[in-house]
Design a protein around this ligand. Structure first.
Ligand code: SAH
Ligand code: SF4
Length: 358
């Protein structure tokens, strides 16, 4: 490889891919798992630290590969909860956000898959900042490994793809990151502790169901009615509810998992009695649970159109809504608004400082 050529991001490769690279370069196949063991289990940051790797291979690695993807810019801790927001910068100076949400039983890491998001949901700060680019596999997985370095190895028990971006529009990189997280060899996070949240890209949901990954799936529903959902989430025009529901029923059937519906409560828009009736029907049509999310303020963004008019349903009304659904035997959880004070709660993630200067 000539010195001018771009180095390969080591953390973008699955074990099978690195084995192929090594074999093609005349190296022993088993060296690939040794190298990845250093990277993922010992969290090394340089090739020199890989003490059981022969020197010539280490030289080849530092010539052709890079271990560096993101760098930690800052950590903010919520004053009301233990939630932490990590800001990471990419090599091309974008800033992405990763959120650690601790509770009694688990530590959940919420990771990003894109800088911004192309889908423009009207209630979401990430959508409002627009789309910059997809994250590479290395940048997706390193949010986990760099954060694990901060909080302590093995402390992170769960991963949710609920940060910035729509994971299923960065499909290949999302899949490779899942392969790395669930790889037996890395022994990291089991598939039933990983959740992908999607706004509903029906054909990709089917592709994910047909992959061997079988992680949990959450669908951002927000309204059981096409007309309202399209106003809130323009992607609903391309994949209307009937098509998305078919896809998630298929996902649930093939993976034998329960689907989570995410539902952000918006006053007068999706908290009416007719919503309860339609939601009840929809939730009963497959193994599912409903995750009700209080609407987090996006007032830190510049708002126009419907985004300006959105208001949160009061906690009192959320409780009534939830009770009526429970009376209909629907499983409902209310999500805490963790990290609201550091803009780390659902849908508040936006690196507006950078988007202004881009
Ligand atoms: N793009 C994916 C995952 C990231 S968003 C998706 O849309 O599913 C994670 C969750 O936060 C989604 O359910 C999203 O609808 C919700 N969300 C977005 N903005 C929000 C806000 N302002 N308040 C509460 N939840 C919000
Ligand atoms: Fe993108 Fe999800 Fe935000 Fe919609 S809610 S704009 S899909 S990040």
């Amino acid at each position: 490889m000539s010195s001018g050529r771009k180095k390969i991001e080591l953390k973008s490769l699955t074990l099978a891919q690195l084995e192929k690279h090594f074999v093609a370069a005349g190296e022993k196949k088993f060296r690939a798992s040794q190298v990845l063991n250093w990277v993922y289990n010992n969290l090394v940051t340089s090739f020199e630290e890989m003490s059981n790797i022969p020197k010539p291979l280490r030289i080849m690695l530092s010539r052709d590969y890079t271990l560096k993807t993101l760098s930690l810019k800052s950590v903010q801790t919520s004053s009301t909860t233990e939630t932490k927001k990590y800001l990471y910068s990419t090599k091309d100076n974008h800033v992405i956000e990763t959120v650690l949400i601790p509770d009694e039983k688990r530590n959940t890491l919420c990771i990003s898959t894109q800088v911004g998001c192309p889908l423009d949901c009207k209630f979401c700060a990430t959508g409002l900042m627009g789309f910059k680019r997809n994250l590479t596999v290395g940048e997706i997985v390193d949010q986990y490994f760099l954060s694990a370095k901060e909080v302590g190895k093995d402390k992170i028990t769960n991963i949710v793809y609920m940060g910035m971006g729509e994971p299923l529009t960065n499909f290949d990189n999302t899949i490779s990151s899942l392969e790395i997280f669930t790889d037996q060899h890395n022994n990291r996070v089991s598939r039933n502790r990983i959740t992908i949240s999607t706004s509903g890209i029906a054909d990709k949901i089917i592709e994910l169901a047909d992959s061997p990954l079988r992680v949990k799936l959450a669908l951002s529903l927000h309204s059981p009615f096409d007309e309202i959902r399209t106003r809130l989430m323009p992607i609903n025009k391309r994949y209307p509810l009937a098509e998305t529901m078919e896809a998630i029923k298929y996902y649930s059937r093939i993976t034998a998992t329960r689907i989570t519906f995410e539902y952000t409560m918006l006053k007068g828009i999706n908290d009416r009695d007719e919503d309860i009736r339609a939601l009840t029907k929809l939730c009963r049509s497959l193994p599912s649970k409903l995750n009700v999310i209080p609407f987090n303020s996006i007032a830190h963004m510049s708002l126009k159109g419907i985004s300006k008019e959105l208001e949160p349903t009061s906690l009192y009304d959320i409780n009534l809504f939830v009770q009526k659904l429970r009376d209909n035997n629907i499983t409902v959880m209310v999500r805490d608004t963790q990290g609201d004070d550091i803009a780390a709660a659902c849908g508040q993630l936006a690196t507006h400082n950078l988007s202004k200067t881009d």
